[in-house]
Design a protein around this ligand. Structure first.
Ligand code: GCO
Ligand code: MN
Length: 343
């Protein structure tokens, strides 16, 4: 699997988060499986074909990095990205960077800086910021303009820290947009908003900031994921990618990649191939509550198998045909051609 990606396009391999293999909790019920200690999840990820593992700071705190690295070495794993959790702790219930409380904003910044250190220590090239609690449930609960300025200040401060401490070795930062859940309305809800935020950062720091678009998050907003990815590519801001699947605009499902809209996922592979995407292809999926412990990695092996199939079909998509359909304006026929490539 990884060989196909590596040989043909330089994509560095497959990634997944340790949180993808959770105990099956959801908002309506507790665990349905044992809660495997994080370090015990690493061999399972490796066995499922993952080569780049991702962690939140709460899953792999700084002092546990050496222990994780030993296991990672033994199983041929590298760290694909690291991310500060600004959403789980009660203290961040109303946001981290956009909290009204300056002490909480300071804590967020400290956590982010420590996460930069951990990212470097783990040898990952990318640190992700997900906008978990940054947003509002009630109008006027926050002053939107003030919140935006707080995010600009917060990201600038993280960027300054990283450059000062690590210079050219600084990781790059990928902001992951999501429209809602857990908040009713989240700041940085889509790719366009993040690109705008980046344009407002200190120009010297802007090259450090980009995006981590996620399939389900675009689809939850009713947006086209491929266009979101294309926008990131056009801006030179595709820094990381989180693939999964989503049934329309519901709650965030984190379904296996390739499950709901395979034709669009085939088109995504075409675009990534043509862009010679040099990064990791990472899944952000969630082992469903109904899967047994012994089947917990099915979500990853299914995603990887779907990606492999779609990727090799995408290689055979005739780009000249696409160009000809475009020129003639035969867009329905183009959709038919893609379907023939797929089915
Ligand atoms: C979600 C998000 C998270 C993030 C993760 C790392 O909707 O729950 O996708 O899974 O990806 O926090 O950024
Ligand atoms: Mn994600």
């Amino acid at each position: 699997m990884n060989q196909i990606l590596a040989d043909k396009f330089g994509a560095r391999g497959l990634g997944a988060g340790v949180w993808n293999l959770g105990p099956g909790r959801d908002p309506f019920g507790g665990p349905t499986r044992p809660d495997l200690p994080i370090l015990q999840r690493l061999p399972l990820l490796a066995k499922a074909g993952i080569t780049y593992v991702e962690f939140h700071d709460v899953e792999l705190p700084f002092h546990q990095i050496p222990a994780a690295q030993r296991i990672m070495r033994d199983h041929g794993l590298k760290c694909g990205m690291y991310t500060p959790s600004f959403f789980a702790e009660p203290v961040f219930k109303d946001g981290a960077m956009t909290s009204h409380d300056p002490k909480i904003r300071k804590l967020a910044l400290e956590n982010a800086c420590r996460a930069v250190d951990a990212t470097v220590q783990l040898g990952a090239k990318v640190m992700v910021f997900w906008n978990g609690r940054e947003g509002f449930d009630f109008v006027l609960a926050k002053d939107g303009q003030e919140s935006f300025r707080r995010m600009v200040d917060g990201f600038n401060a993280v960027g300054r820290y990283a450059v000062k401490r690590y210079g050219r070795r600084s990781p790059r930062f990928a902001i992951e947009p999501k429209p809602n859940e857990p908040r009713a309305n989240m700041y940085l809800s889509n790719v366009g908003e993040v690109l705008y935020l980046i344009s407002r950062l200190d120009p010297k720091l802007q090259p450090l900031f980009g995006l981590n678009p996620e399939t389900a998050h675009s689809r939850m907003a009713g947006l086209d994921y491929l266009w979101d990815v294309e926008m990131c590519l056009e801006a030179g801001k595709l820094f990381h990618i989180h693939l999964n699947a989503q049934d329309t605009t519901r709650y965030d499902q984190d379904l296996p990649f390739g499950y709901t809209e395979p034709l669009k996922d085939l088109a995504l592979c075409v675009v990534l191939q043509d862009a010679k995407w040099p990064g990791i292809i990472a899944f952000d999926v969630k082992a469903p509550r109904t899967d047994r412990q012994e089947d917990i990695t099915d979500i990853l092996t299914t995603s990887a198998a779907n990606l492999k199939r779609l990727w090799s079909k995408a290689l055979k998509v005739d780009r000249r045909k696409i160009a000809a359909y475009r020129t003639r304006g035969n867009f329905t026929a183009l959709a038919g051609y893609l379907a023939r490539c797929l089915y």
